[in-house]
Structures are given as structure tokens and as C-alpha cells.
Design a protein around this ligand. Structure first.
Ligand SMILES: C[S@@+](CC[C@H](N)C(=O)[O-])C[C@H]1O[C@@H](n2cnc3c(N)ncnc32)[C@H](O)[C@@H]1O
Length: 249
């Protein structure tokens, strides 16, 4: 049976009770070509739309610890789905959090999402933006928003992840960090590569779907040891990118 993994130096907040429709599914519910089926960590999703997966606990622990490095500072999330990753970002203590998610334009979706934000303790700090990126990011940036931390898990297709990264770039603080989920997808990896080309340091975390991190300034990415019980591989499109906790990778 699949078991959750969280590295010894990391932890996840207790947030499951905020997601009564979260359940474990077999990965066969989705045919997304970039979903790794050989990593034996639980795949969780909302019962109402099981084909859209939540970040797993390993990934959530990395996200939470990374955002915590910027406690009190401004954060941005692109692609929030039902608020699972959002709740983790709130728990990390960011000073403010813009959540760019077009589904929030639906009143029922938004009402449920707002309840999650409230229960996670983020009512005063979370700003819901019911618009698509990258246009919303540019609009916010042009209105004066600046971010120290960004989590990109929105449109995964084609040029979209690179466009999201490039949209964030002009509005990121001198010390900042950007995390990408689903680096197993070559399209998402283009987002990380765009940051690398812009002079940022980059690294990958070996998790079920892989997490990318780009950072600059006076900060270092959180340490992570990949689950020693899994057999890991590195997709060709990540060649040359260091893997956290893996010597010489
Ligand atoms: C995989 S889900 C995010 C899952 C979420 N991070 C979690 O783990 O709980 C991807 C989300 O990106 C959103 N999305 C798609 N296109 C987008 C865009 N252009 N701008 C912002 N979000 C977008 C989708 O509506 C969906 O909610």
C-alpha cells in the first residue's frame, strides 16, 4: 500500500479536515502523460474531479517550508484549484497572498474556497484574483504588487508555464523564490529554465511529480532527502539541473 513520505527535516501542517472531499485514488483515473505512475506515494484529489491531483505530502512539506522562509512577506500563487496548496501557503505565515485562479469567478467555487481560506486562518491576508495568469500577474504587478515568494501550478500546457514565470519576473523582490509543481512535464520545466536563463539559481526536488525551485538573493532553498524506498529517475529535460539531496546529480 502506498505510504506518504515526508523528509526527516520537514513537516506538513494538519489541514485534511478542511477538505472533506479529498480522497485517495488510483492514478489510472487520469491519462495525463506526465503523471508518474511508478512512484508509490498516495495520489489524492477531490472526489468531484479526481483527474486533478493535489500536491502530495512530500511536495506540501517542501512548499510549506519554502514559503516559511518568507514569513511576513508577500506571496503569489498561480493555480490554486480547491485551495489545498493555498491552505499550506497560509499556514506558512506569508504576510499576504495573491491567489490567481480563474475558477474563483464561479460563485459556488469561490464560496467554498473562501471557507477554506477562513478556516486556514488566511482571511485577513489572502487576496483572491478570479482571473487567468499571466495577464492577472501583469495587471497586479503594474498596480504595484511585488512578491518575495511565488508558487506556480496553473496552466501546464505548452508555453504557459514559461509565460507565467516571465510574467512574475519583473515583480519579484531582490531576494525571492519561485516554486514550480510538476517538473516531470517538459512544459513546466520550461518555466524553471526561463528563470535559469534570467540568472536565477535553480534546483529540482525529487518527489512524485517533482518540484522546481528558483531563487536569488539572501536565501537558500530548503534541504530535502528523496524517499529512499522509491526508485527515482530524472527526465531528460532536467539534465544539468541539480537534484536536492542527491550527490553529483
Ligand atoms: C493542478 S491544479 C492546482 C492544484 C493545487 N496547486 C493544489 O495542489 O491544491 C491547476 C490549477 O490551475 C488553474 N489554471 C489553469 N489555467 C490557469 C491560468 N491561466 N491562470 C491561473 N490558473 C490557471 C486550474 O483552474 C487549476 O485550478
Amino acid at each position: 500500500m502506498a505510504r506518504d513520505y515526508v523528509a526527516d527535516n520537514l513537516a506538513t501542517p494538519r489541514l485534511d479536515h478542511l477538505f472533506p472531499n479529498m480522497a485517495e485514488f488510483d492514478r489510472s483515473v487520469t491519462t495525463w502523460p506526465w503523471l508518474r505512475r511508478d512512484i508509490d506515494h498516495p495520489y489524492r484529489a477531490d472526489r468531484r474531479n479526481p483527474i486533478v491531483g493535489f500536491i502530495n505530502r512530500d511536495e506540501a512539506s517542501i512548499l510549506t517550508a519554502s514559503a516559511r522562509l518568507f514569513a511576513g512577506r508577500a506571496g503569489l500563487e498561480i493555480g490554486a484549484w480547491r485551495g489545498w496548496s493555498t491552505a499550506h501557503l497560509i499556514s506558512s505565515g506569508l504576510g499576504s497572498l495573491h491567489v490567481v485562479e480563474p475558477l474563483l469567478a464561479d460563485p459556488d467555487w469561490r464560496a467554498e474556497f473562501e471557507a477554506v481560506v477562513r478556516a486556514a486562518g488566511g482571511e485577513a491576508t489572502t487576496i483572491l484574483v478570479p482571473e487567468p495568469s499571466p495577464a492577472a500577474v501583469t495587471r497586479l504587478g503594474q498596480s504595484g504588487a511585488r512578491w518575495s515568494f511565488a508558487f506556480i501550478d496553473g496552466d501546464h500546457d505548452g508555453e504557459a508555464p514559461a509565460r507565467d514565470a516571465l510574467a512574475c519576473l519583473p515583480y519579484l523582490e531582490p531576494t525571492a523564490m519561485v516554486l514550480f509543481h510538476d517538473l516531470v512535464s517538459p512544459h513546466v520545466a520550461q518555466g524553471l529554465r526561463a528563470m535559469e536563463r534570467a540568472g536565477w539559481s535553480v534546483m529540482a526536488y525529487q518527489t512524485a511529480q517533482m518540484v522546481g525551485v528558483a531563487w536569488r538573493g539572501d536565501v537558500a532553498p530548503v534541504a530535502h532527502r528523496p524517499d529512499p524506498e522509491q526508485t527515482w529517475s530524472v527526465p531528460d529535460h532536467l539534465r544539468g539541473i541539480a537534484i536536492a539531496g542527491v550527490a553529483g546529480a
